[in-house]
Design a protein around this ligand. Structure first.
Ligand SMILES: Nc1nc2c(ncn2[C@@H]2O[C@H](COP(=O)(O)OP(=O)(O)OP(=O)(O)O)[C@@H](O)[C@H]2O)c(=O)[nH]1
Ligand SMILES: [Mg+2]
Length: 690
């Protein structure tokens, strides 16, 4: 595997210039080369609040994301730093630092919302950074949160009903950390000491009142609670009280910072590294650097064309691209492994088919590992077709090398025999038995040659057929034999030839069956691995949905406890929808499984009543299809056998013609020689010519 790119310093990923968001191709290329799963930590918050400094702390470096010592904001757009994950092996940690929100210099704050939305969509943990305490003002600042559902859509437009279910978003959204900087208050509520998390949860409780300010901050509170089930809070003291040091904090070694800040930032760092999950999309689809690039590109293209980015469509597009790659990867694996493990020609067809079965199984596993959301199994079918085609090519290659090798060996072994024939060694009394002896020796020696491959018998058979006419002529010319003996010998030769033909036919038939069995094995393997994958996907979806249900029930309960009955009631509809979806998904999964079972010819599962009919229909259809397929296979085999049988007399006829013409040629040469001899008067020599 190629080494993952190492970045010595951060790079701008999304540029925000002249009110335009542009992607930096250099940064995209870096992401593109990262094949490892990514853990993405993004930070957002008001400008000049120490975001870049905190991100450098996570990278374990003083210098990195540039800091600003003036009030002018420093970071523009979204910056990225990819580093090896400090504790998760084979994972890349992607740090995303963003431009401060609500920068006064900005004329159009629209891009603020997009930067916020993009960071939410790309991260697996989102850090919201703010100064001081969590008050109404800080919460109002988080109005970007409430805009999220207008900026992005979870479902595709075809089934978009205007009501978005927050559950759909949650599966794309990160965990949430609120980082409170320069926090100077005591952690107490109503006189009781509380933890940072309890402080956050308390601050997120809705406030009563109709005042627009309260309503606005309540909206942020609600959004955080609905979209981010997993929330954490970290407080930080001022890193140092020395103003001069603070202004150039990037030059201050960590051990010279305020000890409580050191402690807090260590705790924060440890938490982020141990708890930030690998970035995933719905149903546990793991995001690699390469996939992150695709996602980002799709989001930004949608933003630039004025569309509402749709999360579901982005995943579908990602799946299309990845699944084509997965098919290619799997097919390549098959070809490479076959080429590596097979030495042509194989002794038997079964030997080749066994290796094929192993390589096919591995190729399917490669496909399953790299593909997702192949809902109609289109890509898997593509792979099956590709492997079938490749297998046929390997079979042909195997036959070709076997023919070449066998022919070469046979030619070597038949050389003395052919020489004897052409010099007339067998044109003597008793020549037929001499010929048979020589021919049998060739056959015997040929059979002793190892690893001639699948075409060895066929090549021998061709040779034997080519000898039929020669043997006939030798037999007829053998003066040592009576007519009856000749007839008997001819009959025996005929019988032997027929037996050999039959043997060859049986071998062909056996090989056809082996091929069919291998195909069936491949088919079953595809089904078995598909079933396993579906099972895993279902488990992950079910887990996701059940977690969501628990989360919604919890929010509903909390709202009720806080006295917001109406809001709690509003959630009831979403909860009902989610419950229905869970049931529908279970049914869909069961149906998928039954269809697979039927295809596989296994009907062992119990079925609930409401899907019994669907199952029956599918069984009948599948059975019909199978019967038809079987019939077609048999027809194909019969046609092949017919073709083969038809070929034998044709081949024999052709060979006989060739031999006849050869004999005619030889006769001509003989006559010519005789004429010359007669003309020169060497009568004695004439008698010696055979
Ligand atoms: N009071 C205080 N100042 C800090 C802290 N961290 C950094 N600073 C100071 O704030 C300045 C700006 O820090 P940055 O990390 O660049 O802030 P930022 O939020 O990334 O700023 P923008 O990118 O412009 O939005 C630094 O030069 C430090 O002087 C902190 O925890 N507390
Ligand atoms: Mg910054």
């Amino acid at each position: 595997m190629a080494a993952e790119p190492i970045m010595m310093s951060p790079i701008c990923l999304v540029e925000n210039q002249e009110e335009q968001l542009n992607l930096n191709p250099e940064a995209l290329q870096i992401l593109n080369k990262i094949s490892q799963p990514v853990v993405v930590v993004g930070i957002v918050g008001l400008y000049r609040t120490g975001k870049s400094y905190l991100m450098n702390c996570l990278a374990g470096q003083n210098h990195g994301f540039p800091l600003g010592s003036t009030v002018r904001s420093t970071t523009k757009g979204i910056w990225m730093w990819c580093v090896p994950h400090p504790s998760k092996l084979n994972h890349t940690l992607v740090l995303l630092d963003t431009e401060g929100l609500s920068n006064l210099e900005k004329e159009d704050p629209k891009n603020d919302s997009w930067i916020f939305a993009l960071t939410v969509l790309l991260s697996s943990t989102l850090i919201y950074n703010s100064m001081g305490t969590i008050n109404s003002q800080a919460l109002e600042q988080l109005h970007y949160m409430t805009e999220l559902t207008q900026l992005v859509r979870a479902k595709s437009s075809s089934d978009y009903t205007g009501v978005e279910d927050s559950a759909k978003f949650v599966s794309f959204f990160p965990d949430f950390i609120w980082a409170l900087r320069d926090f100077t208050l005591e952690m107490k509520i109503n006189g009781y000491s509380v933890t940072e998390d309890e402080y956050l949860e308390d601050a997120l409780k809705l406030l009563p009142g109709t005042n627009p300010k309260i309503q606005n901050s309540n909206m942020s509170r609600e959004c955080i609670r609905q979209f981010f089930p997993k929330r954490k809070c970290f407080i930080f003291d001022r890193p140092t009280n020395d103003k001069n040091l603070l202004a150039h904090i990037e030059n201050v070694p960590e051990d010279q910072l305020d000890s409580s800040f050191q402690e807090q930032s260590n705790k924060f760092r440890t938490y982020v590294f141990t708890h930030t999950k690998t970035k995933t999309l719905r149903e546990g689809i793991i995001v690699t650097g390469n996939r992150l690039e695709t996602l980002l590109k799709a989001y930004v293209v949608a933003i630039k064309t004025g569309e509402v980015p749709c999360l579901e469509n982005v995943v579908t597009a990602l799946a299309q691209r990845e699944n084509s790659v997965a098919v290619q990867k799997a097919a390549d694996h098959y070809s490479e492994q076959m080429a590596q493990r097979v030495s042509f020609p194989t002794d038997t067809l079964q030997e080749l088919l066994d290796v094929h079965t192993d390589c096919e199984r591995e190729a399917i596993a490669v496909f399953m590992e790299h593909s997702f959301k192949d809902d109609k199994q289109e890509f898997q079918k593509n792979l099956m077709d590709m492997i079938e085609k490749k297998k046929k090519d390997f079979l042909l290659q195997n036959e070709y090398t076997s023919v070449k090798y066998s022919q070469a060996k046979l030619q070597q072994l038949t050389e003395p025999l052919m020489k004897s024939i052409s010099t007339g060694t067998f044109c003597v009394p008793g020549g037929h038995s001499l010929y048979l002896e020589a021919k049998n020796k060739v056959e015997w020696d040929y059979n002793l040659v190892p690893r001639k491959g699948v075409k060895a018998n066929e090549v021998l058979q061709h040779f034997l057929q080519s000898q039929v006419a020669i043997e006939k002529s030798i037999l007829q010319g053998d003066k040592a034999l009576t007519c009856q003996e000749k007839a008997l010998a001819a009959e025996r030769a005929k019988k032997e030839a027929a037996e050999k033909e039959q043997e060859l036919l049986t071998q062909k038939h056996k090989e056809q069956l082996q091929k069919m069995e291998a195909q069936e094995r491949g088919f079953r393997e595809n089904i078995a691995q598909l079933r396993e994958k579906l099972e895993k996907e279902r488990e992950s979806l079910q887990r996701e949905q059940e977690n969501m249900l628990m989360h919604k029930l919890k929010v509903q309960e909390e709202l009720r406890n806080e006295g917001f009955e109406k809001k709690s009631e509003k959630l009831r509809r979403e909860i009902q929808l989610l419950k229905k979806e869970i049931v529908a998904n279970k049914d869909k999964y069961l149906l998928d499984q039954w269809i697979i079972d039927m295809t596989d010819g296994v009907f062992s599962k119990e079925t609930p009543d409401h899907t019994e009919r669907a199952k029956k229909q599918a069984t009948e259809k599948e059975q019909e299809l199978l019967t038809q397929k079987h019939k077609e296979q048999l027809q194909k085999m019969e046609a092949q056998e017919r073709g083969f049988r038809e070929n034998i007399p044709q081949m024999r006829e052709k060979l006989e013609k060739e031999i006849e013409s050869l004999l005619r040629e030889q006769e001509k040469v003989l006559m010519h020689k005789l004429k010359i001899l007669e003309a020169s008067g060497f009568q004695r020599q004439k008698a010696q010519i055979p």
